[in-house]
Write a protein that binds this ligand. Structure first.
Ligand code: G3P
Ligand code: CA
Length: 294
């Protein structure tokens, strides 16, 4: 009886999901694959490539010598990185105050993030430059490397201007690097700060831009229109089917963050999003395959 009930429930659930065979949901590996690898490291990006993500998601900070480096925070995070002596940092250190050479002395692969117990240590992993990430993909022999795209976030906040370049300078550095690697058509630039997005669009219209939004009930269509955004990237808990419909009607794609389990994925599939940003790309890809959505 229990089995019959389970089968009936699953059938009902599958029927209620609005499957659209033509609309593939892109999988974005958040900080590479934070569920299983130290975040924002080359080993995390290799793993993401290996499991077949459509997009590698990563965050950017800028060093004292104006190098774009991959870090979620404007500080070297003591929770995930060790200092040049392989010891714990006593306090966070601002990346904007460090040269690339200094940053390269830190080890950001030997600690497990306590929030992600399934991470596998990758001792010796450094904070990579954006250029190294592009090179990793260009030099990879994997088929997925030929088509994988990048969802690159400019981490910048108006309230702490000393921790990043100006929006214009940040965008200039980024666009220069994307163009240098011939990646304009394979990159989305995302940000909570619309200012860098406006500049990116102005400097290189071929690059897609994605407005990230927090928990606020802003009018997402208006937010997208304000900067001619290609994507809205909302918090997964602040997006509904109605909002997705309106965005689609206005030609805007939807890429919510950061969904890491089946109930969340089910919800986002059901409301018709275009992409899901996840710490567990392998789990999501396997799940989409099981639903014949990939
Ligand atoms: O890509 C969207 C998501 O990454 C935004 O959140 O804080 O993980 O960068 P965060
Ligand atoms: Ca991010």
């Amino acid at each position: 009886m229990k089995q019959i009930k389970t089968i009936m429930f699953c059938t009902f659930f599958l029927l209620t999901i609005n499957f659209n065979a033509a609309a593939k949901i892109s999988v974005h590996g958040h900080r590479g694959a934070r569920a299983v690898r130290p975040e924002n490291t080359l080993s995390a990006f290799s793993y993401a490539l290996d499991v077949g993500v459509d997009f590698i998601e990563l965050d950017l900070a800028v060093t004292k010598d104006n190098k774009l480096v991959v870090s979620h925070d404007p500080f070297v995070d003591p929770v995930i990185c060790l200092d040049d002596q392989k010891k714990r940092f006593k306090a966070p250190v601002a990346i904007r105050g460090l040269t690339l050479k200094q940053i390269k002395t830190y080890d950001c692969g030997s600690l497990i993030n306590p929030r992600f117990k399934n991470q596998v240590k990758q001792p010796g992993q450094k904070i990579p430059t954006l250029s190294e990430v592009f090179d990793l993909v260009k030099n990879s022999k994997l088929n997925t490397a030929k088509t994988v795209q990048f969802n690159i976030e400019t981490k910048i906040k108006p309230s702490i201007p000393h921790l990043s370049p100006s929006p214009k300078d940040f965008a200039k550095l980024l666009v220069h690097e994307i163009k240098r690697h011939g990646m304009s058509k394979r990159v989305i630039v995302q940000s909570f700060d619309y200012r860098t997005l406006k500049w990116v669009k102005k400097l290189e219209p071929k690059i897609k831009i994605s407005q990230l939004t927090h928990e606020s009930m802003v009018d997402l269509v208006a937010a997208a229109k304000a900067i001619d955004a290609d994507y809205i990237s909302p918090n997964q808990y602040w997006i509904t089917k109605g909002m997705v419909k309106r965005l689609h009607k206005n030609g805007v794609l939807v890429a919510p963050w950061t969904a890491n389990n089946k109930p969340s994925w089910d919800y986002l599939i059901k409301i018709g999003v275009d992409a899901i940003i996840t710490d567990d790309p392998k789990g999501l890809i396997t799940y989409l395959k099981s639903l014949k959505l990939r």
